[in-house]
Design a protein around this ligand. Structure first.
Ligand SMILES: [Zn+2]
Ligand SMILES: [Zn+2]
Length: 147
């Protein structure tokens, strides 16, 4: 039982710890741009409180690395106080779920480990409990932007 309890507290990954802050920064603009057509298409599932559009010189940059047989992603936000100013999304052979999960980070969400059916529930080296953005995830994003 003690082992299981410990495992349950472990899913924070390095990039999340680095970004953990008491404030919860958000995008404070009406349009957030992404330099990847697939990510723009997938982002619609989030029903975000801002428009997501394609731009070559974008707020969210997607770069793919393909040196390993991994399906992985990492999102690094740049913040200015309570404002998100940019996000670097690095992916490796990303599935739609990985792209959607990392977009969730770029939009301002952290891991949601209280809800195992959330797309933002994430075990290190494991899988999300969801196959896509759920109603719960959309509600968490709405709450974040409703402050
Ligand atoms: Zn994550
Ligand atoms: Zn939740």
């Amino acid at each position: 039982m003690a082992f299981l309890a410990t495992m349950a507290t472990l899913p924070w990954t390095m990039h999340e710890r680095a970004n953990a802050k008491p404030v919860k920064p958000t995008w404070q603009q009406l349009v957030v741009t992404v330099d990847d057509e697939r990510a723009v298409e997938l982002a619609r599932q989030w029903d975000a409180p801002f428009a997501v559009e394609y731009a070559a010189d974008a707020d969210i940059t997607v770069s793919a690395v393909s040196h390993a047989d991994l399906v992985a992603g990492e999102a690094t936000r740049s913040m200015d106080g309570d404002r998100i100013g940019g996000c670097m999304l690095t992916v490796e052979n990303p599935s739609d779920v990985v792209m959607l999960h990392e977009l969730g980070h770029c939009f301002g969400l952290h891991h949601d480990n209280g809800h195992s059916d959330s797309l933002m529930y994430w075990m290190q080296g494991g899988d999300s409990g969801a196959a896509g953005v759920t109603e719960h995830d959309r509600a968490e994003l709405r709450d974040l932007y409703a402050r």
